[in-house]
Design a protein around this ligand. Structure first.
Ligand SMILES: [Fe+2]
Length: 207
């Protein structure tokens, strides 16, 4: 029997209803009006300043719900359940027509998004393979090509519901295509492990 093995896959966690509706409502009421900082990717995208869990009891509630999931997800990335801390958090307000350019998150290990409003199909978060770009490239890309996990260069995440969360390694490139629907509001965040240890070579992090 032939077997195909998915070597070195990337973990991606979907947590349906990670935040309860009351907390989602509280976050929307408290933070969507504070999203006053423009984003250079689009005139229809704005975000709050960087927030810390200690900035609001609402964010402390978010941190207490998310942190156990960081520990589990971190165990997939680093092979050990260890202490994790949620550091920057920010709220993104993406109006109709707005988009977010391809990016990843520096100085972080796990990043995540919680969807605070319904999301239009057009503005589901898209994840990409690292583009490379230091050499000539060869592709087989045409109408007859069947796309699967080994030849795809992007993945459109499934339609989220209100309160759903996704977690992904911070190096993973992602973007939000132009929003053809109504205002879409998300809470994004970065997280770090307290310490990594490679046979006694340790490094500690603080947010
Ligand atoms: Fe992002």
């Amino acid at each position: 029997m032939d077997e195909v093995i998915s070597l070195f896959p990337t973990p991606f966690l979907r947590a349906p209803a990670a935040l309860p509706p009351l907390l989602v409502q509280g976050l929307l009421e408290h933070f969507s009006a504070a999203a006053l900082q423009e984003n250079n990717a689009s005139a229809n995208l704005s975000h709050t300043r960087m927030l810390k869990p200690s900035d609001s009891p609402l964010l402390l509630d978010v941190a207490s719900l998310i942190t156990p999931k960081l520990t589990e997800f971190g165990a997939l990335m680093f092979g050990e359940r260890m202490g994790w801390s949620l550091k920057e958090m920010w709220v993104n307000v993406l109006d109709s027509g707005g988009r977010q350019a391809v990016h990843n998150h520096a100085n972080s290990f796990i990043s995540g998004v919680v969807y605070l409003t319904p999301t239009d199909e057009s503005s589901r978060t898209v994840f990409m393979k690292s583009p490379g770009g230091h050499d000539f490239s060869f592709k087989n890309d045409h109408a007859g090509v069947v796309t699967g996990p080994f030849n795809a260069d992007k993945w459109i995440s499934p339609m989220p519901s209100l309160g759903d969360m996704v977690l992904f390694p911070s190096y993973l490139m992602h973007a939000v295509p132009p929003n053809a629907g109504a205002r879409r509001i998300t809470l994004a965040f970065n997280a770090i492990p307290l310490r990594l240890d490679s046979w006694g070579y340790t490094v500690g992090f603080s947010g």
